[in-house]
Ligand binder design. Structure first.
Ligand SMILES: [Fe+2]
Ligand SMILES: [Zn+2]
Length: 395
């Protein structure tokens, strides 16, 4: 094993040796490293001191800071720097002469002046890219760790995935969800059933068409990932639909900038009005992150509360929402596919809109089971698996 692996890092992760430090110098108060590929990084002294991972500064079990930021002098400077025999950067600090050591692989990965490294890219799509969700066929209905990872990564990239050839067991969807993260409970059932029986007089669930929507925008944070398992699909009709809301957002930004401005600014309220609970939340249809990129879409046409806006703005606001809804349900953007028994679909409920075609309850039974987990549970699971792969590759 490369000795660099023994240089501690502030986390419990394995940082594979990629770059080494060829030279280091102090310039004013900062530390400048030259890497084996001739790149340079400049480190701020407070940042370096803050990330010291000696046993005085870091709890090695919990990996929590022991050093209080307020105890770092604002004028702290590196007194001397060198590279030790293991390749670690060693900094001796002014004042108390404290010594810090940094693992170069960790340091390079965290240097803030390099280009961001290959995180999974979100790929936006429309109906010319897919006719069905990207799918994986299971062997004997088993989902091993590798397949689970691929499915999660696909959900991260395209917002959706389908697993096929699963059993139609009632417990499957919950067991699967729990492998991704804790179930995100809502004011509906923890695991929900969508059932229609061919010979029942009272239909618990209606069979009509459901326009493209996201679930539960009545909440401050709608559920991140929806998982739906088809157990019985004997009734005719009832195709599932999926639409990439982020792709629509980007296209509206280009084609109808005026509508886009309205969609990112105007808050719509979604409310569950049947009681006894009274959840409601107001937010724009397209939510942007701090880079002005979409991080969520919210649209549940059947639970939309009355618009609160000035009379003179209403034409624009309604036109913008209709533009979004028309795209979300159009053949250009929406994919439509049969949901077969033994299929499971998983999608980002804050990016992808889903819906259903009308089906004919008299022609057969239909049973779906679903639940939710959160986006950050999925992210954690993806990172956990990637870390496992990295650790295996070092052995
Ligand atoms: Fe739904
Ligand atoms: Zn320390």
């Amino acid at each position: 094993m490369n000795s660099i692996n023994t240089v501690p890092t502030p986390d419990n992760l394995y940082w594979p040796p990629r770059k080494s430090i060829t030279s280091v110098q102090i310039k004013h108060k900062s530390v400048i490293t030259q890497w084996s590929d001739n790149q340079h990084s400049t480190f701020h002294p407070i940042w370096l001191r803050d990330n010291c991972c000696c046993e005085k500064c870091l709890n090695f079990i919990t990996r929590e800071h022991l050093l209080d930021l307020r105890d770092i002098p604002l004028d702290i400077r590196p007194e001397s720097v060198n590279i030790d025999e293991q390749g670690a950067l060693v900094v001796t600090w002014s004042g108390d002469g404290h010594i810090s050591r940094y693992n170069p692989s960790w340091l390079f990965a965290h240097s803030t002046d390099k280009n961001a490294e290959n995180s999974v890219e979100k790929l936006l799509w429309d109906a010319s890219d897919f006719s069905e969700p990207p799918s994986f066929k299971t062997v004997d209905g088993l989902i091993n760790e590798e397949l689970l990872y691929k499915a999660l990564q696909t959900t991260l990239r395209f917002g959706m995935v389908r697993l096929r050839g699963l059993t139609t067991d009632k417990s499957l969807v919950e067991k699967f969800a729990l492998r991704v993260g804790p179930i995100r409970e809502t004011h509906f059932d923890r695991i929900f059933d969508v059932i229609s029986k061919a010979n029942s007089d009272t239909l618990a669930n209606t069979s009509h068409y459901l326009a493209a929507h996201t679930d539960i925008p009545t909440r401050e944070s709608p559920p991140g990932i929806q998982i739906l398992h088809c157990r019985i699909a004997e009734a005719k009709g009832g195709h599932s639909t999926l639409t990439d809301g982020f792709k629509i957002a980007k296209d509206i930004e280009k084609e109808f900038p005026h509508h886009y401005e309205t969609l990112i600014k105007t808050k719509w309220c979604y409310a569950n009005r049947a009681g006894p609970t009274d959840y409601r939340w107001e937010a724009p249809t397209i939510g942007l992150d701090d880079q002005d990129e979409p991080f969520e879409v919210r649209l549940l046409p059947f639970s939309r509360a009355p618009l609160k806006a000035r009379y003179e703005d209403m034409d624009d606001i309604y036109a913008a929402l209709r533009c979004f809804m028309e795209k979300a349900n159009s053949t250009q953007y929406q994919i439509k596919f049969p949901f077969k028994a033994g299929d499971l679909i998983m999608f980002d409920n804050r990016r992808i809109l889903h819906g259903r075609g009308e089906f004919y309850p008299k022609t057969g039974d239909r049973a779906l089971r679903g639940t939710y987990v959160e986006r950050d549970d999925m992210m954690s699971k993806i990172r956990e698996y990637e870390q496992k792969l990295l650790k295996e590759s070092k052995e």
